[in-house]
Design a protein around this ligand. Sequence first.
Ligand code: SAM
Length: 282
Amino acid sequence: MEEWSEEALHDGLRIKIRIDKLLFDSKTEHQRLQLFESKAFGRVLTLDSVVQTTESDEFIYHEMMAHLPILAHGKAKRVLIIGGGDGGMAEEVLKHKSVERVTMVEIDAGVVEFSKQYLPNICKDAFDDPRLNLVIADGAKFVAETDERFDVAIIDSTDPIGPAEVLFTEAFYGNVKRCLNEGGIVATQNGVPFLQGDELTSTLAAFRKLFRDPTCYLATVPTYVGGPMAFGWGTDDASLRQVTEETLAERFKAAGIETRYYTPAVHKAAFALPPYIQDMIE
Ligand code: SAM
């Protein structure tokens, strides 16, 4: 009898992925964690039955959330990751040898321990990198209290349900801004606008109050069904979004990073928003 993992993230829509081999299924302190092999997507990690990341397309999401803000910034040395328990974001950020310290604040130690063991193709040796400072805590509490400062903040959270709900509030974004150095950039996981438009509208309403340059950029991640995914972008330095493709190419070359999705041309094009999404953020 075939087993299927069923995601019911969106009202009126259920998405099923066949479980070809269940590798792990348990409750952590915060959420139900499942991992399974799927012919279509390789290993698939779900939290509360919502797809978090898959071996087959995680590169798109992690490259676009890590390299785009870091290369736009140009001098990022200290990076904050909120969430990111699977280690994929930290792995991508740590490819930048110019980055001196990555603080990763993940609420669920179970996801980290699990990912080290079951998702080595995603986290690789990120958790062993001496530049990584792993903090097991609620990201909202962390940014409200820390005296650390960052050049880039990446909000790699689950969707605004359960423990991640607090990571989509104006208060949280205000505290993230508090933790940014001058000219700092925040990038947020903001779902698929075609199905989760309210999330993006709400984040950008907060960003418009907090940042001189609030917008979003796009990438299509196949397992986040419904079309292009939006990443919130907030910074007070509007010139960072105007960095030329030539300059990005110089920085990308100097970083010496192999990618399968990110390029300087893709970077620039990611900010070209179709009217149906532009309307959501104005
Ligand atoms: N790529 C995925 C996506 O787009 O949905 C997210 C990947 S990562 C697995 C999301 C992480 O956010 C999870 O490990 C979850 O435990 C963590 N998380 C949720 N709420 C959090 C909070 N309040 N503070 C810190 N981490 C949180």
